[in-house]
Design a protein around this ligand. Structure first.
Ligand code: UGA
Length: 438
């Protein structure tokens, strides 16, 4: 199928490369000239496991190319489907900034050919896809086109695997032609038996928000249970394992930690609350999930102070991990970044190390923060080492060496990566999430 994908961010780029891998002819349109130049030179602008290989395969087969908006007219004219995958950032009131969506609708409208299916893949509030259709109809009253909502469920760090092996493909449409076009785009997966769910447009839009808000709720729930474990002597990893064995609950997304972050879960949960409030239906559960998460950063700071046995002002802290989770270089709404900001604001000196997030970290962390070349360098001479992101290399740290380079042998593990017995054997005083310190 001839496809244009508008937007080469984390989701758009994986979508474009993934569609090329499925055998489609894909033009990916991106407004940032530097990003287009990087992609044309065969490099990925972000760290995402498996993406380099997919990009190389796409350009090797000739099925994937990158265009600036000024060059995209012929590709849009030839396209059977146009996927909008631009950013929909959070507004101060929790609502969603749709300006990039409206910009691309205006820009592509003159080029579209009759019969095209316009697909909204950006995460947008319920009702937006229909509004895209209305705006297009007013810009091109003579054009016969179809609309679809096709939310993405890609996890950063596993996005390529998620695109190629999804749990389900959700397609919200008004007519059979749009559903058929979407079946065509995803043909190999549909043929392989991936559940292909055709819904009302509004349902597809809401499935995306409900999924992320449900995941956020699961996390705030398990994080509250972790606090109760610390107070009562229970151990959160045991409690989560016991919960997860109930098939009605399931084991995924029950890892307690410093709170959820990233560009999606917090934003989408806020947006769902905003939408529920604007429809007047209430949002007490998602509101609680958000407030538990927002209080969590401060709680984490308290955990470090308790481990040191003193206020953090004037202390040296080595922080391991600044990305919002492992296997990504993304630091947007990262709990680790928030924790470092609070530490610096409270008067601590902080030295950080992250395997992939150092460059992006520099643009968001306070200027007082120092950058180390590895984990041991980050914690050398510090009053405490803090693991904030679950990079596997931190699970494999040489704990004797860590204890030796620290000024005080204190390890605070927000990701429960380290075996407490191993930490104790290395002479570390060890505090984790949802269990008593050793
Ligand atoms: C999330 C969803 O999981 C994807 O399905 C969705 O497509 C994506 O948002 C999106 O809307 O684009 P992502 O933001 O990549 O994906 O991150 P998650 O893997 O969901 O993790 C979010 C946060 O929860 C991270 O801070 C992570 O560390 C935390 N988390 C996750 C935990 O603390 N414990 C867990 O068990 C799982």
């Amino acid at each position: 199928m001839r496809i244009t994908v508008i937007g080469a961010g984390y989701a758009g780029l994986v979508t474009a490369a993934g569609f090329a891998e499925l055998g489609n002819d894909v033009a990916c349109v991106e407004r940032d000239p530097d990003r287009v130049a990087t992609l044309r030179a065969g490099r990925s602008p972000m760290y995402e496991p498996g993406l380099d290989g997919l990009l190389a395969a796409g350009s090797g087969s000739g099925r994937l190319r990158f265009l600036l908006p000024s060059e995209a007219g012929p590709a849009h004219a030839a396209a059977e489907a146009v996927f909008i995958v631009v950013g929909t950032p959070r507004l101060d009131d929790g609502g969603v900034d749709l300006s990039q969506v409206w910009d691309v609708v205006g820009a592509m409208a003159p080029d579209l050919s009759p019969g095209v299916t316009v697909v909204v893949k950006s995460t947008v509030p319920v009702g937006t896809t229909r509004e895209v259709g209305d705006r297009l109809a007013s810009l091109r009253p003579e054009l016969r086109f179809h609309m679809a909502s096709n939310p993405e469920f890609l996890r950063q760090g596993a996005a390529v695997a998620d695109f190629l092996g999804p749990d389900r493909i959700v397609v919200g449409v008004d007519d059979d032609a749009a559903a058929e076009a979407m079946r065509h785009a995803y043909r190999p997966q549909v043929d392989a038996g991936v559940p292909f769910m055709v819904t009302a447009i509004e349902s597809a839009e809401l499935i995306k928000y409900a999924a992320n808000a449900f995941l956020a709720t699961k996390l705030s729930f398990i994080n509250e249970m972790a606090d109760l474990c610390e107070a009562s002597g229970a151990v959160i990893d045991e409690v989560a394992a016991g919960l997860g064995m109930d098939r009605r609950i399931g084991p995924a997304f029950l890892k307690a930690g410093p709170g959820f972050g990233g560009a999606c879960l917090p934003k989408d949960t806020h947006a769902l609350r905003h939408t529920s409030d604007s429809f007047g239906t209430g949002s007490r559960i998602v509101g609680a999930a958000l407030s538990v998460n927002e209080e969590r950063v401060h709680r984490m700071l308290g955990k470090v102070e308790a481990a040191i046995g003193a206020p953090i002002a004037g202390k040296k802290i080595g922080v391991l991990g600044i990305t919002f989770k492992a296997e990504t270089d993304d630091v947007r709404e990262s709990p680790a970044v928030e924790i470092v900001r609070e530490m610096v604001a409270a008067g601590a000196s902080v030295r950080v190390f992250d395997p992939q997030g150092m460059d992006r970290g520099r643009s968001v962390l306070p200027e007082e923060v120092e950058y180390a070349f590895d984990a041991y360098d980050a914690v050398g001479g510090a009053d405490a080492a803090v693991i904030a992101t679950e990079w596997q290399e931190f699970a494999a740290l040489d704990l004797e060496r860590l204890a030796a380079v620290l000024e005080r042998p204190v390890l605070v593990d927000f990701r429960n990566l380290v075996d407490p017995a191993r930490a104790a054997a290395a002479g570390l005083s060890y505090a984790a999430i949802g269990r008593r310190p050793v």
